[in-house]
Design a protein. Structure first.
Length: 346
């Protein structure tokens, strides 16, 4: 019986790891990670330790989601379920077709579309009932820009993290999380006179699990040059359902953001003090925009480099379920929060 269980588990692991990561740039390593987690879950006596505990904690996969992926169902995309159960939706209009590379694993599904004339729209007053009307800018905070003395440093450990439409990882900095960082820089410099260093070095392509080792080199380089900054931000993108990652402000969908900290980091007390001030400002100005603090990490991976500075933090903007425009819309709000913080710290 034990042999049968092992064989069945092996088949299950091969199917999931092969199918779930067929399109990922880190296919082999992520497949191996899922393999390790399945083995450790089903046969704890054989505890596999191919990856260190920090990497295992940061890269937890949902078995349920991976099994659903195999049969073509995405719980974050109800259209995939409807399409599968109601095949007639694809008849006659070419709504179901293969991707350009003829990969059947990338079936394209064009949802039903209405013409503008067929949509009953609310009046302006009605449409804003559930929107928070907030003042984005505070011109009183603007000061003379001193480019020689940058106050904020933004970088990206997982540089290729991206948004919809398209793949969840993109090399084009105009299409990934770098575009959000660049907009925060632009807002801070143009509207508040706060100089920003924004580094877009790619750290996660050649070896994903060495990303923090590589970004540590980047952080060290700038700290050596400028000594320190008032904020050192490692900006990422989260992976959660859209309803948990989006808020409507001033009539537009805006991606939410949250903080991720390593509790055992030797600078944690000072780091978390900065984070608490930023969260307080956000909650006062833009209630609901900040999801708060994700508090499950003790060490993270290399403390998420938060041991490098008293002012270091990790911020996740939006999710892979957000449109790029929604993540970029967050930039002006995040810049205002940062400007208020820096103004108060002077």
């Amino acid at each position: 019986m034990f042999i049968i269980i092992i064989m069945a588990s092996a088949v299950f692991i091969i199917l999931i790891s092969g199918s779930a990561f067929a399109e990922s740039k880190d296919a082999v390593k992520r497949g191996n990670m899922l393999y390790v987690q399945v083995v450790n879950y089903t046969m704890p006596l054989l505890k596999v330790t191919s990856f260190n505990d920090e990497v295992m904690v940061e890269n937890n996969f949902s078995f349920k989601e991976k099994v659903l992926d195999i049969i073509g169902l995405n719980i974050a995309d109800p259209g995939s379920i409807i399409e599968r159960e109601m095949a007639f939706l694809g008849i006659g209009n070419g709504s179901i077709k293969l991707s350009q590379d003829n990969n059947f694993s990338k079936v394209l599904f064009n949802p039903f579309k209405l013409n503008e004339s067929e949509i009953s729209k609310n009046s302006a007053g009605e449409s804003n009932q559930n929107n928070a009307a907030v003042n984005v800018y505070n011109p009183k905070l603007k000061k003379t820009l001193n480019a020689a003395k940058p106050e904020v440093f933004i970088y990206h450990t997982h540089t290729t993290e991206s948004f919809l439409p398209g793949d969840y990882d993109k090399l084009d900095p105009a299409q990934n999380i770098c575009s959000v960082g660049e907009l925060v820089k632009k807002e801070l410099e143009e509207n508040y006179g706060i100089a920003v260093i924004h580094d877009t070095t790619i750290h996660n392509v050649e070896d994903y699990y060495q990303s923090y080792n590589k970004s540590a080199v980047t952080v060290d380089k700038y700290l050596k040059q400028y000594k320190d900054f008032k904020l050192v931000i490692d900006m990422h993108r989260d992976s959660v359902p859209k309803e948990a990652a989006t808020i409507k402000l001033n009539g537009e969908n805006v991606a939410k953001f949250m903080f991720v900290m390593a509790k055992k980091n030797p600078h944690y007390d000072k780091n978390i003090s900065d984070v608490n001030k930023l969260m307080s400002i956000s909650n006062k100005l833009f209630p609901g925009l900040c999801k708060g603090l994700y508090g499950e990490y003790n060490y993270g991976t290399r403390y998420f480099n938060q041991d490098k500075s008293n002012n270091a933090m990790l911020i996740e903007v939006g999710s892979d379920t957000n449109q790029l425009s929604e993540a970029q819309a967050c930039a002006k709000y995040l810049a205002r929060i940062i400007a208020e913080y820096i103004s108060g710290s002077n």
